[in-house]
Design a protein around this ligand. Structure first.
Ligand SMILES: CC(C)(COP(=O)(O)OP(=O)(O)OC[C@H]1O[C@@H](n2cnc3c(N)ncnc32)[C@H](O)[C@@H]1OP(=O)(O)O)[C@@H](O)C(=O)NCCC(=O)NCCS
Length: 178
């Protein structure tokens, strides 16, 4: 469907089984995994998980991306689109992690790439995602975009973000895409 999509300083490419070690190391990095569900097992389990995921990718059920720097091609993080709800034309995104090699605007650019892909290429009308209640910085990030908190449980806030709000808000961010 696509090999890669690029913004100004970073790009997204589909995860491969050979990325297992990189992803495993990201997930066990205590500076980065405070607000994420924990992974069990070893690198090999991660590789098997990716193999399984590749089947879902074939069916366009899920997309798991490596975030890389355009200048060095260095792998710097991950982001995943999953839980596609047909009736509401809504997708969830998460597994969003960037390591210390990121560029200054990697977070902003990777979020823009997720929305560009989902709203403009995959045809979704809405996004839903949860954020840990104590992940204050990321909650602020999504609120700035105009995402709306619609529900909560003990651990997380659930947000909804509409395509129409993205199309309006992103008008002032086009410089981060090219
Ligand atoms: C979540 C994560 C990928 C976000 O990356 P980040 O680099 O911390 O993101 P930031 O909010 O600092 O944004 C990067 C830059 O873009 C800017 N920015 C963010 N949103 C912006 C917007 N809407 N408009 C303009 N600038 C914006 C920020 O101000 C920041 O620039 P600055 O350093 O000059 O202030 C990263 O913190 C991470 O890996 N965290 C651990 C895992 C995690 O919690 N994942 C989320 C689970 S829900």
């Amino acid at each position: 469907m696509f090999d890669k999509i690029e913004a100004k300083t970073v790009g997204l490419r589909l995860v491969q089984p050979s990325d297992a070690e990189f992803i495993y190391n990201l997930r066990i990095n205590d500076n980065l995994n405070k607000y994420l569900s924990s992974v069990s097992g070893e690198v090999e389990n991660q590789r098997q998980w990716i193999e399984k995921y590749k089947e879902k990718e074939q069916n366009n059920e899920e997309f798991y991306f490596i975030i890389y720097r355009k200048d060095t091609q260095k792998t710097i993080g991950t982001v995943r689109l999953y839980d596609f709800i047909k009736e509401q034309n809504s997708f969830c995104w998460g597994s969003w992690i960037l390591n210390e090699n990121k560029t200054r605007y990697s977070a902003l650019e990777s979020a823009l790439l997720v929305y560009e892909l989902a709203f403009k290429k995959l045809g979704f009308e809405q996004s839903h995602f949860d954020v840990r209640k104590n992940n204050i910085k990321v909650i602020g990030f999504h609120k700035k975009f105009g995402a709306v908190k619609v529900d909560e449980n003990e651990l997380d806030y659930l947000f909804i973000y509409k395509k129409s709000d993205y199309l309006e808000y992103s008008k002032k961010l086009t410089r981060f895409l090219k």
